[in-house]
Design a protein around this ligand. Structure first.
Ligand SMILES: Nc1ncnc2c1ncn2[C@@H]1O[C@H](COP(=O)(O)OP(=O)(O)OP(=O)(O)O)[C@@H](O)[C@H]1O
Ligand SMILES: [Mg+2]
Length: 348
């Protein structure tokens, strides 16, 4: 879904319509506020996000088990991992929707446990589950977030219109969200997260269940706003091609822990070098990257080591290597299938 269907659109009415007609570039006014902030972020050298020893338990289940992360200002950072790895739980701790019972989380230096409101003001969040109200129009949905996130009253209509324009939903803004396609819903949720001009945008599976064109469209919108504002992005995805194409660095999470971290190229190169070593072939020079923990032994069903050493690994190979043989048992539980289906059903 690269653009909305004008034929299905209601006429544009409402407080933001006049602002749209100025032809402001998508994201521009959002950018105006944050450009200087982003320059300051970079100059200060502070990380956009720091997690240290973050742990979270649901009763007996340790969902997040000592996560250390540092996300640099302006980067797109991918948090990857199989179903149940703990990605959403970690994100909910960072966004202050869950407490930080053990460890430390800082967003641009602000402590998520002690300065919750300050952290919330720095964040935009697109949750894994539905956050748009189908009974409201696109504009009303975004306006609701503008109020919740404390966008000053006199700026609200303009900021809502700009956020809608940034995700290419101006024409459909006054239609009920229940008439939107899956790709449009996800872009609407993106507008909700962008309306507060966040310095750190957190996206939990922003493209799940979308067709390839809609996926590309969501990423194009994210990258346009990022280019205009310098905002930092933390994203989870199960699509390895997206991680490869759009993420500067990725962390692979499994069973609550970060198992490997680096650029997609570094992770692929590290696996290639390890495979070459195991197969008895000397590794190519210049492979400085080390995984966060030793990789598990190959499963009995793995291809032969000599054939693996010859092949150029993909990010998916790295993912499988990190998750190991536990992957199949870990994924696809009732909760996970239900959650994916619910998400797919609402956006499909
Ligand atoms: N509300 C909850 N109550 C109890 N256990 C939970 C709850 N939410 C998550 N869990 C458990 O915590 C662990 C981590 O789940 P989480 O949703 O963070 O994983 P995830 O990496 O986001 O998975 P997915 O890729 O399926 O979204 C899992 O074992 C899950 O069953
Ligand atoms: Mg999740």
């Amino acid at each position: 879904m690269s653009s909305e269907d004008p034929g299905r659109s209601a006429p544009r009415t409402g407080p933001g319509a006049a602002v749209d007609s100025t032809g402001a570039l998508p994201g521009r006014a959002v950018a105006a506020d944050t450009e200087q902030v982003s320059a300051a972020d970079r100059a200060s050298g502070a990380d956009a996000l720091t997690c240290h020893g973050l742990r979270y338990d649901f009763g007996e289940t340790r969902a997040v088990d000592g996560v250390d992360l540092a996300v640099r200002p302006g980067e797109v950072f991918g948090l990857l991992g199989p179903n149940g790895a703990g990605k959403t739980t970690a994100i909910r701790c960072i966004t202050t929707l869950l407490p930080v019972p053990v460890g430390m989380v800082r967003v641009f230096g602000r402590d998520a446990a002690r300065e919750r409101m300050a952290v919330r003001r720095l964040l935009g969040y697109v949750p894994q589950q539905l956050s748009a109200d189908s009974g409201l129009t696109g504009r009303e949905n975004v306006a609701l977030f503008a109020r919740v996130f404390d966008v000053p009253r006199r700026e609200r209509a303009a900021r809502v219109a700009q956020a809608l324009a940034a995700v290419n939903l101006t024409v459909a803004a006054d239609r009920l969200a229940k008439t939107y396609s899956g790709g449009m819903i996800r872009r609407l949720e993106l507008a909700q997260a962008l309306v507060s001009a966040p310095r750190l945008l957190m996206l939990d599976e922003p493209t799940i269940g979308l067709d390839p064109i809609a996926r590309t469209s969501v990423w194009e919108r994210i990258n346009e706003v990022r280019a205009a504002t310098g905002m930092t992005v933390l994203v989870t995805t199960h699509y390895m091609d997206e991680a490869e194409q759009y993420c500067d660095r990725v962390a692979l999470m499994h069973q609550g822990r970060i198992r490997a971290l680096g650029t997609p190229g570094e992770l692929r190169e590290d696996l290639r070098a390890r495979r070459a070593r195991t197969a008895g072939t000397p590794a190519a020079p210049g492979t400085a990257f080390t995984p966060a923990s030793p990789s598990p032994s190959p499963s009995p069903s793995s291809p032969s080591l000599s054939s693996l050493s010859a092949a150029e690994p993909t990010l998916e190979d790295v993912f499988r290597d990190v998750a190991g043989t536990g992957l199949d048992e870990q994924s696809g539980g009732f909760r996970d299938v239900r959650s994916t289906r619910r998400t797919a059903a609402r956006v499909g």
